[in-house]
Write a protein that binds this ligand. Structure first.
Ligand code: Q9C
Ligand code: ZN
Length: 365
């Protein structure tokens, strides 16, 4: 299977994030993508290539141009306003209650407020290289989509930063542009077909749900931790099914803490059944390994052999696969979990490597 990767993700280099007001070491770090790249290179069956630039148009097809402008300007503006900080994190938020009953909407000018106008949370710092890395992640996703449109049965885009928490007009949850949503929209236009998205990241993909909420040409199916318990807290319940002509094309499968391999696979089978009833030959997979038993910010109990089986069952649907990386924060396991999943998706066996080689970003791309 071809893999799209770029070392440009290294530019999004953050040291810490904020959880409930207190700084903690960042979870969404460069080592994640480098671990996966190293394991796939060591495997030998996953040729790497760089992304093609696709420009801004596919991004503004699903995102507010104002969000794109903000992300492009945020760091330079933060520097100009002499905010002597390692990263830009919002001070206040445009919360629901601020605007109730009032049809007002001014984007603030000062960067400390402007960030909060576009942001979901305080866990998604912006640094000097964030915008370039986020743009490159979109190009990775679109290049993987092009490989499949060009005849590949499946392609894997090693997107970093991830994307599924970014909605039309909001960044957050370590995400800036919604790589999977941009790729899915691109696929609908290039193929003329309807497109399904299966989101197996631990967290609900609130951004992807929001973007396609009223659309009947894109099915969104997500398996995730119950929002009664975990991030992103405000969406992911089963009664969220879409609106207007999109009614019924949004399917949420929330699961309890401690979800085991067998329980996860049962939920996966139900999800794949929903996809099988939706027309089209293309499936975008939002692939997260934060369902892993040892993930530091999640509470499922999925194991490495199960990823091989999940990949196998997803591919057994018989659809062309655009597989895009989302989350997964237990760094030591990421390479093997990716290898297991992707080998499963090719219906190849998985034999764990004793110690997958881990080398710094190279020039092999
Ligand atoms: N106590 C993705 O996996 N904060 N994003 C969680 C946990 C944000 C996860 C705090 C988690 C975002 C792409
Ligand atoms: Zn996640």
């Amino acid at each position: 299977m071809r893999v799209v990767y770029t070392p440009q993700h290294l530019a999004h280099d953050i040291a810490s994030e904020t959880i409930m007001g207190l700084p903690v070491p960042a979870n969404e770090v460069a080592e994640r993508a480098e671990r996966i790249r190293a394991a796939l290179e060591a495997d030998g069956g996953f040729p790497l290539q760089g992304p093609e630039a696709h420009g801004a148009e596919p991004i503004t097809a699903v995102h507010d141009p104002g969000l794109l402008r903000f992300l492009a300007e945020a760091w330079p503006q933060a520097r100009r306003e002499a905010i002597d900080r390692p990263a830009l994190i919002p001070e206040g938020f445009a919360a629901r209650g601020y605007f109730q009953e009032m049809a007002i909407a001014h984007e603030p000018k000062a960067i400390s407020g402007r960030a909060g106008y576009w942001a979901l949370d305080t866990s998604t710092p912006i640094v000097a290289g964030t915008y370039a890395a986020a743009r490159a992640a979109v190009d990775v996703a679109l290049t993987a989509a092009d490989l499949v449109l060009g005849g590949e049965r499946a392609a894997y885009g090693l997107c970093r930063p991830p994307g599924h928490h970014a909605s039309r007009s909001m960044y957050g949850g370590y995400c800036f542009f919604n790589n999977a949503a941009i790729a899915a929209d691109w696929l609908t236009k290039r193929s003329g077909e309807r497109v399904a998205i299966l989101d197996v990241d631990f967290h609900h993909g609130n951004g992807t749900q929001q973007i396609f909420w009223r659309r009947d040409d894109v099915l969104y199916v997500s398996i995730h931790g119950d929002p009664d318990r975990v991030y992103p807290y405000f969406s992911g319940w089963t009664d969220e099914r879409g609106e207007g002509s999109g009614t019924g094309t949004n399917v949420n499968v929330p699961l309890p803490a401690g979800t085991s391999d067998d329980e996860y696979l049962a939920a996966l089978d139900r999800s794949l059944d929903a996809i099988a009833h939706f027309p089209g030959s293309l499936l975008v997979v939002s692939l997260g390994f934060d369902t892993y038993a040892l993930d530091p910010i999640s509470d499922f109990a999925v194991t490495t052999p199960a990823y091989h089986e999940i990949g196998r069952r997803v591919a057994a649907l018989g659809r062309r696969l655009v597989i895009l990386q989302e989350g997964g924060y237990h760094r030591p396991s990421l390479g093997e979990n990716a290898r297991a999943w992707l080998r499963g998706a090719e219906d190849r066996e998985f034999d764990p490597l004793p110690a997958a080689g881990f080398t710094p970003a190279g020039t092999k791309v």
